[in-house]
Design a protein around this ligand. Structure first.
Ligand code: 5GP
Length: 202
């Protein structure tokens, strides 16, 4: 079994699309970073967004930060595999990034919301979908505040959005698994287990 992914294209087949969703502050970014450390063939899809860049972020690294006009132009060009509005801003996955990675036999990871995951499921039903859950609502609010990225009103908006999203994810039957991130190693282990199981099916 190729647990550590030393082979860049373990199956010799097309790549694997991993969609990770979950409320902001739940630790998705950390999970994708750890997976990338463990699996050299793992790449991260850099989304486009109209939301303002925060101080720790870089253009083209965390996101492609676009103006509304630029974003709309890309919608018209059909450049997005999916796009959605989240907390008042646009976010979208660039189709060519996903296609290139899939063709190269990579594991491509998308950190996108429930609306986006639904669109991807329709277009690429073979996706592996995982929803990351906070251990509880109190912990989630704590984590959102701890990031010190936003004012209290914005935090409350994200918190309300997160609660709606969790309820939706549970109902939708959209995800292959819901994983509680109360322990990073265990959560990563569970995602890695799903990746291996999916590869073994091929
Ligand atoms: P944040 O502003 O915290 O970086 O992201 C807010 C939310 O937007 C998160 O739930 C994240 O998963 C989602 N998101 C980020 N990129 C995309 C994307 O390309 N498409 C969709 N649909 N959601 C995204």
């Amino acid at each position: 079994m190729n647990t550590h992914g030393s082979d860049p294209n373990p199956t010799g087949a097309a790549g694997l699309l991993l969609v990770l969703s979950g409320p902001s502050g739940v630790g998705k970014t950390t999970i994708t970073r750890v997976i990338r450390e463990r699996l050299p063939e793992a790449v991260f899809s850099i989304s486009a967004t109209t939301r303002p860049k925060t101080s720790g972020e870089a253009q083209g690294v965390d996101y492609f930060f676009l103006t509304e006009d630029e974003f709309k132009r890309r919608i018209e060009q059909d450049a997005f595999l999916e796009h959605a509005q989240y907390a008042g801003h646009w976010y979208g996955t660039l189709r060519d990034q996903v296609q290139r990675a899939m063709n190269a036999g990579k594991l491509i990871m998308l950190d996108i919301d429930v609306q986006g995951a639904r669109q991807v499921r329709e277009r690429m039903p073979e996706m592996l979908g995982v929803f990351i859950m906070p251990p509880g609502e109190d912990e989630l609010l704590e984590r959102l505040r701890h990031r010190r990225r936003e004012d209290e009103a914005a935090i409350q908006k994200r918190f309300a959005q997160a609660k709606r999203e969790i309820a939706e994810a549970k109902q939708a039957g959209l995800y292959d698994a819901l994983i509680v991130n109360d322990d990073l190693d265990r959560a990563v282990g569970e995602v890695m287990g799903l990746i291996e199981a999916r590869r073994a099916q091929r």
